[in-house]
Design a protein around this ligand. Structure first.
Ligand SMILES: Nc1ncnc2c1ncn2[C@@H]1O[C@H](COP(=O)(O)OP(=O)(O)O)[C@@H](O)[C@H]1O
Ligand SMILES: [Mg+2]
Length: 136
């Protein structure tokens, strides 16, 4: 799916969010600037979250109460292996009936299992999005 601008990413995310039910672990793949955080913002807005939605790069996780329950926005960029992830409490977010939206999921290879993979990539001035259900 081609997303010509930021508004297209936000609206694709909002459409996708309508079908989401917890528990769900979502891997958001893509280079820096590919639109992962934009996608999360679109999902959260569509689920009724108002106010600031900040990138969790330093905090690891930002959590939100939404129309469908708890949604955790995780940025795994700085995670260095299982022990590091566990010591930061990362695994605890994957236990309950929440939705987990994870940027840099490659950092959690072999540590957590994802139900859906969303691939975002650059395409000219816009972006391209591909959704793959199931483990890959
Ligand atoms: N479909 C799109 N086309 C063009 N620019 C986009 C698109 N989606 C998002 N952007 C822009 O890309 C930039 C980086 O987005 P961001 O979501 O922070 O990327 P990431 O989290 O993958 O690093 C932002 O300025 C955002 O407005
Ligand atoms: Mg980001």
């Amino acid at each position: 799916m081609f997303l010509p601008d930021e508004a297209a990413t936000l609206s694709a995310a909002a459409d996708w969010a309508k079908r989401v039910r917890a528990p769900l672990s979502v891997a958001l793949h893509g280079d820096l600037g590919a639109g992962k955080t934009t996608f999360v913002r679109g999902v959260l807005r569509s689920l009724g979250v108002q106010g600031a939605i900040k990138s969790p790069t330093y905090a690891l996780v930002e959590s939100y109460d939404t129309a469908i329950g708890e949604v955790h926005h995780m940025d795994a960029y700085r995670i260095e292996g299982r022990a590091d992830f566990e010591s930061r409490g990362g695994l605890e977010y994957f236990g309950g009936p929440s939705v987990r939206l994870v940027e840099w999921p490659e950092k959690l290879d072999g540590i957590v299992r994802f139900d859906i993979h969303i691939f975002l990539s650059y395409d000219g001035e816009g972006r391209r999005m591909r959704i793959v259900e199931g483990s890959v």
